[in-house]
Unconditional design. Structure first.
Ligand SMILES: Nc1ncnc2c1ncn2[C@@H]1O[C@H](COP(=O)(O)OP(=O)(O)O)[C@@H](O)[C@H]1O
Ligand SMILES: [Mg+2]
Lengths: 353, 243
C-alpha cells in the first residue's frame, strides 16, 4: 500500500482516538473523580464543533466577510471552550446548587435540546449540517507555498499532533488539578459531600468549577474535531455517542486517568481492527429455519456484540473498571518486574505517575 | 440558664423549632456553652440530639429560634461558612474520606486554614494525641478499623482549630475498651481548655467527663444543670443510668 493511503487511514484513526481520549478524560473528571452524573458530554463536544462551524462558515457568509483565515481558525479553539463553558455554567449552576441527581436529567435534556435546535435552525444548517472550510490547508498551500500533496500530508500530521496535544493537555491539566489541594477537596466531595461541607468545602463552587472545566475541555475537543472533519451535523453528537464515552469512563475506572486512556483506545480500536477481518471469518449467530438453518455473520459486523461482551466481562470481573482508581506508573511497573520483593509491596491505592 | 461568670457564652441556642417535613423534631430547644466548658447533651435514640447539632452547624434550617455563635447570629447560614467562624462538627457515624489517606484526611480538616507551618505542627500534635494516626499516616482511611476511624474523625475536626467542637455520639458502636479511650481523649481535650458540646447516648460516661449537661426528651430540653447534679438526679438515674 502506498504511503498516502496508509497515512489517510491510520492518520484518521489516530486523530479520532486522540479526540476520544480527551473527551473521556474530561468526562471522567465530572463523573468519576467528582461523582457527578453528566449525560451531556456529547452536547458540549457538539457545541464546540458548532462554534467552529459558525466562526468559519456561518459568520463570514452572513456578515459578508472575507473567507476565514488563520486568525479565525486559531480563534475557534478558545471560542469553542468559552461557549461550551458558558453552556456548562447555564446548565450546571441551577442543578448543582441542589442535592440529588438533577444534573443527569438537565444534561440529558441539554444534549437533546442542542441537537434539536441544530436540526431545526436554518442558520445552523438543519439536519444537513454545515461544512467547515479547510483553512489550515489553504494556509499551507497559499501562505507557506506547499504543493497539494505535501500540504495534504502536512495537514494530516498537524491534526494528529493537535488531537494528541489536546489529549495530553487535558490529561496534564486534570492530573495537576487532582494532585492539588483542590483535588483533595474534590475527592472528599465524592467520598462524602456532607462531611466535606462540614470542613468548609463549598460544594456548589467545586461542582460548578469541575463541570464547567469539563464542558470547556469537551468544547476544545469539539473544535479539533470540526476543523479536522470539516463538517458538523446533529447526528454526530447524538445520545448514543455520549453513552459510549460514559462506557469508556466506567470501563476504565471511575477515578483513573490511565484507565480512561486505556479504555478509550480499546473501545475505539476494536471496531477499526475488526474491519480487517476477512469476510470468511464468520461465526454462527442464531438459528432460523426460514433462512436455511444456522445463520452466520461476518466478524466485521459484530462490533456491537463485542462492545456489549467487553462491557459485561469488565463489569463481572472488575466492577471497579480496568484500573479502579489507580494510575499506571512506569516506575511502579519497573519495581514490580525487577525490584526486590519488599519494594514492590507498596501501599494499595497509592496514586503515582 | 444562669451564667456563673458574666461573659457571653460561645454558643447560645434559643428556642429552636426544627421540622422534618411536617414532623416536628425540636420544640423550643435552648442551651448554651461557655468558653472552656465541656457540655453534654444526653437523651434516648430519636430524642433530637443529632437534629440539634445539625441545626447549629447549618445542615438544617430552623423554623424558629436563634443560634448565636460568638455573638453573631448564624442560623440559616451554610455549613461551610459556619465552619469558617470556628464551629466544627464531628458528625455521627465517623464519615471519614475512605479514598484519601489518613494524612490527607487530616489536611482536609485544616481546609479553612492557610498557615502551613502551623497546620503541620497541629498534625504532629494529633499524632501525639492519637498515635495510631502516625502509624497509619499513608494508609487509605477506608482501611482503618471503626475505632481508628473515629479517632481520625475527631482529629480531623480538631485540625480546623475550632472555638467550639461538637461531637455527635463519638462512642457509638465501639467496643468498651475503645469507648474508654475516646472518653480519655475527651478528658485530655478538656484539660487543654477545648470548648466542647458532646452528644451521647452513653449518659453515664458523658456526665462523668462533662461540666454541665442537658437532657433532651422527644425534642424538648427537660432538665439541665451541673453534670454531677444530673448524675445524682433520681429521674435521670432511672431513665438513663439504669436505676
Ligand atoms: N431525615 C429525617 N427525616 C425525617 N425524620 C427524621 C430525619 N432525621 C431524624 N428524624 C426524626 O427526628 C427525630 C430526632 O432524630 P435525631 O435528631 O436523629 O435523634 P437522636 O440523634 O437523638 O437519636 C426522630 O424522631 C427521627 O425519627
Ligand atoms: Mg443521633
Amino acid at each position: 500500500m502506498d504511503f498516502d493511503k496508509l497515512l489517510n487511514f491510520w492518520g484518521h484513526h489516530l486523530v479520532m482516538a486522540g479526540v476520544w481520549i480527551a473527551l473521556a478524560l474530561s468526562l471522567n473528571l465530572i463523573n468519576g473523580f467528582t461523582g457527578l452524573f453528566s449525560l451531556g458530554h456529547q452536547g458540549f463536544w457538539g457545541v464546540g464543533a458548532y462554534v467552529t462551524a459558525v466562526v468559519l462558515t456561518v459568520l463570514p457568509a452572513e456578515m459578508g466577510w472575507a473567507d476565514a483565515g488563520m486568525l479565525s481558525f486559531l480563534m475557534t479553539f478558545p471560542l469553542a471552550m468559552l461557549v461550551a463553558a458558558l453552556f456548562g455554567l447555564i446548565v450546571g449552576v441551577p442543578c448543582l446548587r441542589m442535592r440529588g441527581d438533577y444534573l443527569a436529567i438537565a444534561t440529558l435534556g441539554f444534549g437533546e435540546i442542542f441537537r434539536n435546535i441544530a436540526i431545526n435552525s436554518e442558520w445552523l444548517g438543519t439536519s444537513q449540517g454545515l461544512s467547515v472550510p479547510n483553512v489550515f490547508r489553504a494556509f499551507l498551500q497559499e501562505q507557506i507555498g506547499l504543493e497539494r500533496m505535501a500540504a495534504r500530508r502536512a495537514e494530516m500530521f498537524f491534526y494528529i499532533a493537535l488531537s494528541w496535544a489536546v489529549a495530553l493537555l487535558t490529561l496534564l491539566l486534570l492530573r495537576n488539578l487532582m494532585r492539588s489541594a483542590h483535588g483533595r477537596a474534590i475527592t472528599a466531595i465524592r467520598d462524602d459531600e456532607t462531611a466535606a461541607e462540614l470542613l468548609g468545602v463549598n460544594l456548589t463552587r467545586y461542582k460548578v468549577l469541575v463541570f464547567v472545566l469539563g464542558a470547556a475541555l469537551a468544547g476544545l475537543a469539539g473544535a479539533v474535531y470540526a476543523n479536522y472533519q470539516r463538517y458538523v451535523s446533529p447526528n454526530q453528537f447524538g445520545f448514543m455517542q455520549g453513552v459510549i464515552f460514559l462506557v469508556i469512563v466506567v470501563m476504565g475506572g471511575m477515578g483513573s486517568f490511565s484507565g480512561t486512556i486505556l479504555a478509550a483506545l480499546l473501545i475505539y480500536a476494536v471496531p477499526v481492527f475488526l474491519t480487517f477481518a476477512p469476510d470468511t471469518w464468520v461465526i454462527p449467530i442464531f438459528y432460523d429455519p426460514t433462512q436455511g438453518g444456522v445463520v452466520h455473520r461476518s466478524l466485521k459486523d459484530l462490533w456491537q456484540v463485542f462492545f456489549s461482551l467487553m462491557l459485561i466481562i469488565v463489569v463481572l470481573l472488575r466492577p471497579q473498571g480496568l484500573m479502579g482508581n489507580r494510575e499506571f506508573s512506569l516506575v511502579k511497573l519497573w519495581r514490580r518486574l525487577f525490584g526486590k520483593k519488599s519494594e514492590s509491596a507498596s501501599t494499595s491505592g497509592e496514586a503515582g505517575a | 440558664m444562669s451564667a456563673p461568670n458574666g461573659s457571653a457564652p460561645v454558643l447560645r441556642v434559643d428556642g429552636l423549632d426544627v421540622f422534618y417535613g411536617g414532623i416536628q423534631a425540636l420544640r423550643g430547644v435552648s442551651l448554651d456553652v461557655r468558653k472552656g466548658e465541656l457540655v453534654t447533651l444526653i437523651g434516648c435514640n430519636g430524642a433530637g440530639k443529632s437534629t440539634t447539632l445539625k441545626t447549629v452547624s447549618g445542615m438544617l434550617k430552623p423554623k424558629a429560634g436563634k443560634v448565636v455563635f460568638q455573638e453573631q447570629p448564624i442560623e440559616g447560614r451554610p455549613s461551610h461558612d459556619i465552619v469558617r467562624r470556628g464551629l466544627a462538627l464531628c458528625p455521627e457515624g465517623r464519615r471519614i474520606f475512605p479514598n484519601l489517606t489518613v494524612d490527607e484526611n487530616l489536611d482536609l480538616g485544616a481546609y479553612i486554614r492557610s498557615d502551613r507551618a502551623e497546620i503541620r505542627s497541629d498534625r504532629d500534635k494529633m499524632r501525639g494525641l492519637f498515635p495510631i494516626l502516625a502509624e497509619r499516616a499513608k494508609q487509605l482511611a477506608g482501611t482503618l478499623s471503626g475505632g481508628e476511624q473515629q479517632m481520625l474523625a475527631i482529629a480531623r475536626a480538631l485540625m480546623s482549630r475550632p472555638k467550639l467542637l461538637m461531637l455527635d455520639e463519638p462512642s457509638l458502636g465501639l467496643a468498651p475498651k475503645l469507648v474508654e479511650q475516646i472518653f480519655q481523649v475527651l478528658a485530655n481535650l478538656k484539660r487543654e481548655h477545648v470548648t466542647i458540646l458532646l452528644v451521647e447516648q452513653n449518659a453515664r460516661q458523658a456526665l462523668q467527663v462533662a461540666d454541665r449537661g442537658y437532657v433532651l426528651e422527644t425534642g424538648r430540653i427537660v432538665k439541665d444543670g451541673p453534670a454531677r447534679a444530673l448524675a445524682d438526679d433520681p429521674d435521670v438515674r432511672k431513665a438513663y443510668l439504669g436505676g
